[in-house]
Design a protein around this ligand. Sequence first.
Ligand code: PLP
Length: 375
Amino acid sequence: MHENDGRRVARYDLVTPMLPCKQEILAGVDRLLSTGEYILGREVRALESEMAAACGAADAVGVSSGSAALYLALQIAGVGPGVEVVTTPYTFVATIEAIIRLGGTPVFVDLDPRTLNLDPALAEAAVTPRTRVLLPVHIFGMPCEMEPLERTAAHHGLDIVEDMCQAFGSYYRGRPCGSLGRLACLSFYPTKNLPGIGDGGLVLCRDAGDAALLRRLRGHETVRIGERLHAGWNSRLDEIQALAIRVRLSRFADEQADRDRAAAVYDELVPEANRLAAPLPGSGVRVTHHQYWIRVPERAKLEARLREAGVDFGIYYAPPLHRHELAEYCRVHGEMKHADAAGREVLALPIHQALPERDARRIGALVQSHLAGTS
Ligand SMILES: Cc1ncc(COP(=O)(O)O)c(C=O)c1O
């Protein structure tokens, strides 16, 4: 088989899905320019209520990034010096930066190798009297196994804060991500499934009181929570971002259907042992494939083949965070065997709203032949 038909396949296409939205966004910006309402205005308020409705949350608070969302949510949940947060080492560094910047300690537990999400039984075992929060990350758009985490949280009086920066639109047993914890954090970084045209983020809240505190903290107000006095900071969301995100939100179902079609082609061609298994019908689980990952034992060989075929790909998270410099501030609970294996073996294939089916077929077939040891 001739693997390179001369065209390069990029991992992302941020421009094509924007084209049908362009006129609406430009008209909105034109309107904004004449109102002078540039920050925290009508667009942000509308986005907040639309997103709360979409995620089954009581309220939502627009902020400047996913990182700011994590910082503020963990601040509200009482993370500070001496406080432990149980989480995964297989995530973007922003997840633990927020904990560390608040003076808390990330506690890493190993993964369920089938989903690459944290193993809930290990999370339960890692709880100590210093633990205050469980921080599951729905990695690559696959929801974490929440029911055991909810039992652990209830048993020990902990809060769950979701890092759903990669999982807008995903569902766990019929419940949307964003409704599964006291607070949930979302990023609108331009490569995300629901993107902005710059930085942006959101905190989804189960409790209206939390939303009120977040609105104060994102705008420089000083807030006392329990014994502790908290300094605010500028974590506001711009009107232009909110406007662009709202336009994309109105098209989200169609855009996600395009991603789903590409994922279905990969599912057909890549053996189940080397990828995320599709959710069982009737399970109520919905995966949005922020990344479509495969697992390959001798990854370097496939990397070379993909490069030769002009196919862009991503390597995550190598090394995982228990091997990052910031691990100096973390506690590692037990072996990280599955996280290390994921760092060595996982590769993300191109997936986006505008990926032509023939490209997905060509890439899937290449992976299939590589795994079968044929050429
Ligand atoms: C899992 C995870 N957490 C946090 C973040 C931080 O989001 P942002 O880049 O908007 O600060 C990201 C995305 O970049 C992410 O993928």
